[in-house]
Design a protein around this ligand. Structure first.
Ligand SMILES: Nc1nc2c(ncn2[C@@H]2O[C@H](COP(=O)(O)OP(=O)(O)O)[C@@H](O)[C@H]2O)c(=O)[nH]1
Ligand SMILES: [Mg+2]
Length: 441
């Protein structure tokens, strides 16, 4: 039984039109109580014009879309009421729906209903939220590939291959009398595991690149005071966001800005110059700089072109083992330049080489923008897990571990593959075997 839920699908603001959505088993019954036409005999998707009323009280003249399940987003009977976009009206419609038996939808409940009715798999359901939050055209494109099922297709070879070997082992264990069935020997298991490990490695690599495009990255600008960190932030953003002066310790709080670099959303953090400071406020700012330094994906470590001293050496220690781009600012002040260093002049807005260096660090190719990839952190983590299990299986085969233990490891890996799609709850190994072999016919 799926209760009928109601929610506003458009922003809660005054606008030309608003959409109130309902979905659930009693949807048509409930809406018929406050709509001028009876929907209970609706057999196919239809567009209706009519009036929303609570008894004699006229609320609005609306257009109503009635979706007969399963031909709806959720897979259930659903209604979209397109009303005039006054908060007084759409709130009243929602209240009336509640009065007649609907309840307010919780966050993401429409998508989870669509998942429950098999309209979307878990990856697709998750991509809806990503799509709504996408901040660049390129990110949106990747999210759409996930929503329309292209990304899910990447899982299929893994699912099929692990499902095949699992079924083969099970059938060898449980039905030894079926002589015509291929033997699940260790060479076969090794071959399948090696093939899938390679495939997963590629999925993870592409997924990490996809994740950069989908979610963007965080870059912190660090260095000692006065090297031009704030000037670099302003030049990258092309606006005067951070205060620039020749007074050391000008930047105290972290200053944030967003930029779109070749379709990648970059969250930039300009930080307080790092040095020993007796000033209480500056010291807190420096603490924040150190925290940002830890949590950022890339560090822009800024030095002056004409001066490198002990304070800079301290900064170098801080960024050791980090994903760092070293930038030499104020190139306008020097004539002699080392060919292996990245020079810029924030003052002259001469920072193109820095943008190129960031792009190079991201290592994105056209393929990463155009092709689907498993770009969710959660999903990448699961892939990593599956890979580790398969690597363990390889070791176990070498140690001549009994087949039923290997079988249970492979089953765990297979369940993890299914969990990517949210299919792990109703997994039935017998069904898998029957779908592949005509055992017990
Ligand atoms: N000549 C020159 N001066 C710069 C350049 N970038 C910044 N400055 C100057 O250096 C001083 C410190 O700059 P600021 O961006 O506040 O440095 P921060 O303390 O690292 O944030 C200011 O007087 C800037 O005008 C540059 O590329 N060339
Ligand atoms: Mg500054």
């Amino acid at each position: 039984m799926f209760e009928t839920i109601v929610a506003l699908a458009t922003p809660p603001l005054k606008s030309a039109l608003a959409i109130v959505r309902l979905s659930g088993d009693d949807c048509f019954f409930i809406v018929s109580k406050f709509f001028s036409k009876n929907l209970e005999n609706t057999q196919k998707n239809s567009i209706l014009h009519g009036y929303i009323k609570d008894g004699e009280d006229l609320i609005d003249e609306v257009v109503l879309l009635a979706y007969k399940g399963p031909n709806s987003f959720t897979g259930e009977d659903s209604v979209e009421i397109i009303s005039h976009g006054s908060p007084l009206i759409f709130n009243k419609i929602i209240q009336t729906a509640l009065k007649y038996g609907a309840r307010l939808a919780t966050n993401g409940e429409y998508s989870s209903r669509a998942f429950a009715h098999g309209k979307l798999n878990l990856m697709q359901a998750e991509s809806i939220n990503d799509l709504i939050n996408a901040e660049t055209e390129e990110s949106k494109k990747l999210c759409l590939l996930a929503l329309n099922g292209e990304t899910t297709k990447l899982i299929n070879p893994l699912k099929k291959s692990l499902g095949d070997i699992l079924s083969l082992i099970e059938v060898n264990i449980d039905y030894p009398e079926y002589l015509d069935i291929e033997e699940a020997n260790s060479e076969k298991i090794v071959e399948i595991c090696e093939k899938n490990i390679k495939y997963i490695q590629k999925l993870i690599k592409d997924g990490q690149k996809g994740n950069i495009i989908k979610d963007g990255i965080n870059i912190a600008i660090v260095g000692k005071p006065n090297v031009g960190k704030s000037s670099i932030l302003n030049a990258l953003l092309n606006e005067n966001k951070a205060i620039v002066t020749d007074v050391k310790g000008t930047t105290r709080d972290v200053v944030e800005g967003k930029m779109n670099l070749n379709g990648v959303l970059i969250n930039l953090f300009d930080t307080a110059g790092i040095r020993e400071s007796q000033d209480k406020v500056e010291a807190i700012g420096i603490e924040k700089s150190l925290a940002k330094l830890k949590e950022s994906d890339i560090i822009l470590c800024v030095f002056e072109s004409n001066n490198f001293d002990d304070e800079d050496k301290e900064i170098l220690k801080l960024v050791e083992n980090k994903n760092t781009i070293f930038v030499y600012n104020k190139k306008d002040l020097v004539d002699k330049k080392d060919s292996d260093k990245l020079y810029v002049s924030a003052l002259n807005k001469d920072i193109e080489p820095l943008k190129e260096a960031i792009l190079k660090k991201l290592g994105l190719s056209k393929e990463n923008y155009d092709n689907p990839s498993i770009a969710n952190v959660r999903d990448i983590g699961i892939l990593q897990n599956i890979k580790e299990i398969l690597e363990h299986v390889l070791k176990d085969v070498e140690l001549e571990t009994p087949i039923d233990l290997i079988n249970s490891e492979l089953k765990e890996a297979y369940l993890k593959v299914l969990s990517l799609l949210g299919e792990d709850n109703d997994f039935d190994i017998a069904k898998e075997i029957f779908s592949r072999f005509c055992v017990g016919k």
